[in-house]
Design a protein around this ligand. Sequence first.
Ligand code: URP
Ligand code: ZN
Ligand code: ZN
Ligand code: ZN
Length: 484
Amino acid sequence: MSTVIKNGTVVTADLTYKADVLIENGTIIEIGPDLKGDETLDATGCYVMPGGIDPHTHLEMPFMGTYSSDDFESGTRAALAGGTTMVVDFALPSPGQGLLDALQMWDNKSTRANCDYSFHMAVTWWGEQVFNEMATVVKDKGINTFKHFMAYKGALMVNDDEMYASFQRLAELGAIAMVHAENGDVVAELSAKLLAEGNTGPEGHAYSRPPQVEGEATNRAIMIADMAGVPLYVVHTSCEDSHEAIRRARQLGKRVWGEPLIQHLTLDESEYFNKDWDHAARRVMSPPFRNKKHQESLWHGLQAGSLSVVATDHCAFTTEQKRYGVGDFTKIPNGTGGLEDRMPMLWTHGVATGRLTPNEFVAVTSTNIAKILNCYPKKGAILVGADADIVVLDPAKEKVISAKTQQSAIDYNVFEGQQVKGLPRFTLTRGKVAVHDGEIRTEEGHGKFVAREPNTAVNKALSSWKELTAPRPVERTGIPATGV
Ligand code: URP
Ligand code: ZN
Ligand code: ZN
Ligand code: ZN
């Protein structure tokens, strides 16, 4: 059975044009005028765009004594409701656990996914087993991205020597390093001091993680990646201090990408000073929300191209879970949701305001990350042969964001009350219509794992350059005799 999307305007990262899109067996088979199919989806007045890719989620993640409450079923249902058709989650070994063991756990959880997904691997400790299993993860398991936490001391954090060893291994394997860039040692010191001084509320979380801890760690990771010769992806870039480091590195020819979150682009630190403890705690995440100056910097980065991808870091905890931290902000589970809201919020605050063009919107929500992760043009494209992961976005469709109507399993939404304009009329996941005129028609288990090959074009370019500029002994014409 074939499906045709008719009368819409195709918008990709580089082109805007009127065309119908014909789909069969989950793939785009023709793009052009006057196409016919067994089923017709009317896209009059809409933009036909590559479905969103959210490269940063934590679904059913064990963290801070609990599990994040959206699993692969509710999380991917929320994603599709908002026009996102692929998520990339982090397989997270607990310290001492093997990478392959952790991956098996993530494989088991993800069988319930409604849309396609992939994994990043996290390096949470260092040893021979990790070194050896990294090769299997890259060569046999279709994962070419590895995250390192420079924060969460005593839990997930790795030190510089471990990070350097891991980065060198990744360079060898043709993979990409990722970092959560915050100086975990300084955060631990600041947290202890704040608690001792009676700053126990959620605002203490923001005070304990100032922009400097992120700027310092971002600079450090960039320099370590440069020495190891590995491309670097900095997750949840939240402030000018980190953006400045990324911008400078890119200008110096280093292969570095930055990923602001929709939360940091649209919410600010005043949330932590709300008189209602629950309100503030629900917004506790790392890095914390920043002031307007930092927000502006992130928008400028998207406009200038120094920041490449907008993600969510979707890691949803209920109010009850957040209350583990009453009396001690360091025990509030870190994380916020956003999977359903990323695309409408970015359209509303980005495209509708004139900060971003529709093509730039597609680039930062889908195409750029598909290229970085090496799954383009299977994903992130409206092209013949690409997967039919498509959002038909109606720029006139509006709603007010509310926990009452959301797909996420939690009892609140950090964007509650926001009026958004630009919503999916249809979302298709490999040709299956998962959102039909606002009606959710997801199918549990429809999602498939997307394998990603190593040795991307960027890896190859960087390794050629590193080889060309590697230290070599000088061939001298005369060497003085020693010991005379
Ligand atoms: O606060 C956050 N970001 N929670 C999720 C884990 C992480 O650091 O990405
Ligand atoms: Zn993180
Ligand atoms: Zn995260
Ligand atoms: Zn299916």
